[in-house]
Design a protein around this ligand. Structure first.
Ligand SMILES: [Zn+2]
Length: 264
C-alpha cells in the first residue's frame, strides 16, 4: 500500500520514522514529567506526543545531532532548578541551540496545526544549518520555583509538601506574546529554562518591530537575549516563578496541576 505521507524535511516517502515532538532523550530524563498543558480545557494531561513523518535519513543523519545537543544541555543546565537571583553562566552554540528549538517548534506545529508555513520555510536551516534566519531573536528567561501558600500546602501532594515549593518542572511548548499581530513569541521550556523566540510577523515596519520587541521585553521582565556572535550568557534566576508564568498566560494552572498530581 502506498502512503501519501512524506518526510517533513526532505519530502521522501521512504522509511518514515516516529519523531518525538520533545526529544525522546529529554522525556527519558524526566520520566514523571510527560506533561502537556492544554489551556482550552484548562487541564494537564500526561502525554508524549509523536509524529510519524520524518524519514530515517533525516532523523539519523541530521536531526539526531540536535537531540544530542539539547540533551547535553539538559544534563549540564536544565536538570537543576534555578532560584531567584542565582547566577548562571549559560554556554551555548547559537546555531545548534536555535536549530534544536526550531525543530521542536516545527514538530509541534505539525501536531497542533499552527505556524506550519512559517516554520516549514526554515527546514533547511533546521536540517543543515544553512541560511540562519536573522529576523528571529532568541531570549532566555530563568523561571524559579513557586513557594506554596499555606492553603495550597495543605492540598499539595507529598513531594511538594517536603520542600514547600512547586518546581518549574515542565518541558513544554507554549506562547508568550504581547502583540500577536506584530510579533509571535513561541517558547520552549525545559524546567527553569524558558527559551523565547521573537518572530516578527510579515509586513511590519522596522519601527513597529522595535516597539513590539520592547513591549515584549517589558511584559516578560527583561529576558536576556542570546546573541549569535557570542557563546555564553551570564544571567540570574528571575523574579518570575512558575505560578506567575501561568498567571500571565491567563491559566488557572495551579488548580489543574494540583489535580493532576493528586490523580497520579
Ligand atoms: Zn527526510
Amino acid at each position: 500500500m502506498s502512503s501519501t505521507r512524506e518526510c517533513a524535511y526532505c519530502g521522501s516517502k521512504e522509511n518514515l520514522t516516529k519523531e518525538h515532538v520533545i526529544p525522546d532523550c529529554i522525556n527519558k530524563r524526566n520520566p514523571d514529567q510527560e506533561i502537556s498543558y492544554f489551556s482550552r480545557k484548562n487541564k494537564i494531561f500526561g502525554s508524549d506526543l509523536t509524529i510519524k513523518d520524518v524519514c530515517e535519513k533525516c532523523n539519523n543523519d541530521y536531526l539526531s545531532t540536535l537531540d544530542q545537543y539539547i540533551c547535553d544541555l539538559h544534563d549540564k543546565y536544565f536538570s537543576s532548578y534555578v532560584e531567584t537571583d542565582e547566577q548562571i553562566i549559560f554556554k551555548y552554540d547559537y546555531d545548534l541551540l536555535l536549530r534544536s528549538l526550531l525543530k521542536i517548534l516545527y514538530n509541534s506545529s505539525r501536531v497542533n496545526k499552527t505556524r506550519f508555513k512559517s516554520l516549514q520555510k526554515l527546514k533547511k536551516y533546521i536540517l543543515h544549518g544553512e541560511n540562519r534566519p536573522t529576523h528571529i531573536k532568541l531570549y532566555l528567561k530563568l523561571i524559579t520555583p513557586y513557594k506554596l501558600k499555606f492553603g495550597e500546602l495543605i492540598k499539595a501532594p507529598p513531594e511538594f509538601k517536603k520542600t514547600g515549593k512547586l518546581p518549574p518542572e515542565f518541558t513544554r511548548v507554549t506562547t508568550l506574546s504581547a502583540d500577536i499581530e506584530k510579533i509571535d513569541m513561541p517558547t520552549v521550556a525545559f524546567n527553569s529554562y524558558y527559551f523565547m523566540l521573537a518572530i516578527p510577523q510579515k509586513n511590519i515596519t522596522a519601527q513597529e518591530q522595535k516597539e513590539a520587541i520592547s513591549n515584549l521585553e517589558n511584559l516578560t521582565d527583561s529576558p536576556k537575549q542570546l546573541l549569535s556572535k557570542s557563546d555564553s550568557l551570564k544571567t540570574k534566576g528571575s523574579s518570575w516563578d512558575i505560578a506567575k508564568v501561568f498567571k500571565a498566560q491567563g491559566l488557572n494552572s495551579m488548580k489543574a496541576l494540583l489535580e493532576y498530581n493528586a490523580r497520579n
